[in-house]
Design a protein. Structure first.
Lengths: 221, 84
């Protein structure tokens, strides 16, 4: 995988782009390239991460303005080609706003900005983003969000359950998300959106390595 | 070209919990105001827009509401329109 390159998208207001790049390069030896949101040329990246932060100041709704950037417009072809896209936190919000994933993310039930480590159950093997069926079926990842309450209607929820699109569920739902949902994939499995931050759990010295598997799986075909 | 003043109201759907509305309701009761049965917070967007007649302007506003102003997974919208 010498030339495999992960594009890390930078919007005005992204603030986890460097963390993602550091985790990929420093902890996993995977090459990264920053992609400015106005770029629509995705030809030299093999996978894409939409990192956390506050793109466009979260104006209107989280992720609502980012959806209209040239890069997100170009993402459709990229996703259709089967390449992998990982949306973390604000990246998950952008993926729902732009219709790559169903549902929406809105204000936490208790209105608090929650910054904490949470325990998560691995629910599905779709896309191979988590070590489903492995020794450890509960992982611990940090969350940091004010608007992470996943919401969808009952038909969508049924579809998510029936098609095994729910990737992660909170053990102790911190934000009021429907069905304790913390992360979902698209039907093909090549797009994952999650509120927890795997890039902040890639080194024992900063609190754990449960995020490594997910970042490493970006290089899966 | 006609010019219109449009007021768009975006509200969380009734089935979606509105924690900010709940917190404001709680503060309203603490202020001593009795009788509040429900309190929900939405957004109002004011747009001045030109177009060839009301129908064309409505088409533009419908597009804006559906694709940008509201996320119809969780929000409803309605608007009023006044010719200037």
């Amino acid at each position: 995988m010498d030339n495999f390159t992960v594009g890390v998208v930078v919007f005005p207001g992204s603030n986890c782009d460097r963390d993602v790049s550091w985790a990929l390069e420093g902890c996993l030896d995977i090459r990264t390239k920053y992609l400015w949101h106005e770029s629509s040329d995705l030809s030299d990246v093999d996978a894409i991460v939409l990192p956390g932060g506050f793109s466009y100041g979260d104006y209107l709704r989280c992720g609502a303005i980012a959806r209209f950037s040239p890069l997100i417009n170009a993402l459709d072809e990229f996703v259709k080609s089967g390449k992998r896209v990982l949306g973390i936190c604000n990246g998950f919000q952008i993926l729902t706003e732009s219709g790559f994933l169903p549902g929406a993310l809105t204000a936490n039930k208790n209105l608090n900005f929650i910054c904490d480590d949470v325990e998560l159950d691995i629910i599905s093997s779709k896309g191979g983003w988590f070590n489903h069926g492995g020794e450890k079926q509960t992982i611990k990842l940090p969350i940091a969000h004010g608007e992470g309450r996943y919401h969808c209607d009952s038909d969508t929820l049924k579809k998510l359950v029936d098609n095994e699109l729910i990737a992660l569920r909170y053990k102790n739902n911190p934000n009021g998300s429907s069905f304790d949902i913390a992360g979902i994939t698209n039907e093909k499995g090549n797009v994952l959106g999650l509120m927890p931050h795997p890039e902040r759990a890639c080194d024992e010295t900063i609190g754990g390595t449960d995020g490594l598997f997910t970042l490493k799986s970006l290089i899966l075909k | 070209m006609d010019q219109f003043a449009v007021k768009v109201f975006v509200r969380l759907r009734p089935s979606v919990l509105d924690p900010a509305g709940e917190a404001t309701k709680s503060a309203s009761i603490k202020l001593g105001v009795e009788g509040i049965k429900s309190l929900r917070i939405g957004k109002m967007i004011e747009v001045k827009i030109e177009g060839n007649g009301e129908n064309e302007v409505r088409e533009k506003i419908d597009l804006l509401c559906d694709r940008l102003f509201a996320n119809t997974v969780i929000e409803d919208y309605e608007y009023s329109l006044e010719k200037l």
